[in-house]
Design a protein around this ligand. Structure first.
Ligand SMILES: Cc1cc2nc3c(=O)[nH]c(=O)nc-3n(C[C@H](O)[C@H](O)[C@H](O)COP(=O)(O)O)c2cc1C
Length: 442
């Protein structure tokens, strides 16, 4: 189907077709529908997203060295809220200070920084949009210079090319698993108390929940491993714990891998079944992504023929969307307003997720909603050093630098050299990791 640029989708809504539920065929193809980026979306819990553009989670690494919210996070989320997205999702907030993904992650374990979280929530909702907290635990993707231990479903190391950078995994005990489930719930409850308007479970990208789902990384023989039913027990328990903490009318979403894209790993067929189980349990939004640190396709997509569109995981999101009632968000690769509109009208997803594009152009959503064409400045980053360029972290670090600029009132630098940025980042990160370890030792 080709998107008809001259048609304003919202014009097609009538009194009889409730916004967000309208399904009108634009042409003879049966699976196209009239949905525009500007349409609101009612979620299963009853909350309504004001439009279909979401800022996907990006780890800001902008908390204080002891993991509290400071002015930089407040300024960054004020800017994003003003940018027009219907939904902002925070960078991953960690549930255990012993298990960080990066220095200066926000960590929530209790209400000791409730005032900081309140400031962050107020900043990120100031334009009337939704702002959800993404909740995460890195599992074995636990940087060696930052954490003393790594907990995972099974004591299986990461692949040898990246093993050196991470702590050796130890298998979680039953008591530790139950403690983690309770932590996810506690953090969700605190997010609601602080004024976040929803929460998102991070179950993608090879972190702890993703490890539980993976037959490669989860080789437990108890109720938490083995069959898919057992491997998904952890994520279902985390969902239940969070739902109980926030109640039935508060959005609980999930970011789920369409697949790990690794031989013997979590597949799209399994992902569809997990999505169906979460759907039956009442999940409000399923964000579809893919890949792990071992197979870092999250920021590049797959280099094969399945990737026929700008959005890396479109085919997979469509398979999930066809199998569930809950709305689906698709993230990864969107660079133009045309492809976003097409993903909605082709029913690949209900919400488009943007990450890097909204670091370089914070007001893109507002402009697109006003009818302006959009083409992102995001382009591949190359330092010229293969090992670095092949790893997922360069994207995270380079965009992290740009977020730091915005958080300090400066404009991002879309042309900043990747190699130069890499050198500066290495210096900063190692000094931050040292400060984190020193703080922990005291
Ligand atoms: C700086 C940076 C940090 C990221 N941090 C997170 C994160 O905390 N949680 C998450 O689910 N994804 C994270 N991602 C992945 C993005 O949410 C997104 O899935 C990915 O960048 C692909 O989307 P894009 O092509 O629109 O950038 C991060 C990406 C970048 C660039």
């Amino acid at each position: 189907m080709s998107f008809q640029k001259d048609t304003t989708m919202s014009d097609l809504h009538t009194e009889d077709t409730p916004i967000g539920a309208a399904v009108i065929n634009l042409d003879s193809a049966a699976d196209t529908r009239a949905v525009s980026l500007a349409d609101p979306l009612a979620l299963p819990c009853g909350a309504v997203l004001p439009n279909r553009i979401a800022k996907s989670a990006m780890s800001e690494a902008l908390a204080t060295i002891d993991h509290k919210v400071g002015d930089e996070l407040v300024r960054l989320y004020e800017a994003w809220s003003d940018g027009g997205s219907g939904l902002l999702i925070s960078g991953n907030v960690m549930i255990d200070r012993r298990a960080l993904g990066e220095p200066k992650n926000v960590v929530v374990e209790d209400d000791s920084d409730l005032e900081g979280l309140k400031r962050m929530a107020a900043a990120g909702t100031r334009a009337g949009n939704h702002f959800w907290m993404q909740i995460n635990h890195p599992g074995k993707q636990s940087p060696v210079d930052l954490n003393e231990k790594a907990w995972a479903p099974s004591a299986i190391p990461l692949k040898k090319e990246i093993r050196l950078f991470f702590r050796e995994a130890q298998a979680l005990t039953e008591a530790e698993i139950l403690d983690l489930i309770a932590r996810y719930g506690r953090v969700a409850g605190l997010a609601k108390k602080a004024g976040f308007t929803g929460v998102q479970i991070h179950a993608a990208h090879g972190y702890l929940i993703s490890q539980f789902l993976s037959p490669l990384h989860n080789q437990r023989t108890d109720q938490w491993g083995g069959s898919l039913e057992n491997r998904m027990r952890f994520v279902m328990a985390v969902y239940k714990s969070m739902r109980e903490a926030v109640g039935a009318d508060f959005p609980v979403g999930i970011k789920l891998n369409s697949a790990d894209f690794q031989k013997g790993g979590f597949t799209i067929e399994e992902s569809v079944q997990v999505a169906q189980a979460l759907d039956a349990a009442g999940i409000d939004l399923i964000e579809v992504s893919g890949g792990t640190y071992e197979m870092p396709v999250v920021a590049t997509g797959l280099k094969d023929s399945t990737q026929k569109r700008e959005a890396y995981f479109a085919e997979y999101a469509r398979r999930i969307k066809d199998a569930v009632k809950a709305p689906v968000m698709l993230t990864g690769g969107f660079r133009t307003d045309g492809s976003m509109k097409q993903a909605l009208t082709d029913a690949d997803c209900d919400v488009v997720g943007l990450a890097r594009a909204l670091v370089l152009d914070l007001n893109a959503p507002r402009d697109m909603l006003a009818g302006k064409a959009f083409r992102s400045l995001v382009k591949p980053l190359k330092t010229g050093i293969r090992m670095i360029d092949d790893a997922a972290m360069m994207e995270v670090w380079w965009y992290g630098r740009q977020m730091t600029r915005v958080a300090n009132g400066k404009a991002p630098k879309p042309r900043e050299s990747a190699l130069w940025a890499f050198i500066l980042i290495m210096l900063t990160k190692s000094s931050q990791a040292w400060s984190t370890r020193r703080l922990r030792a005291n």
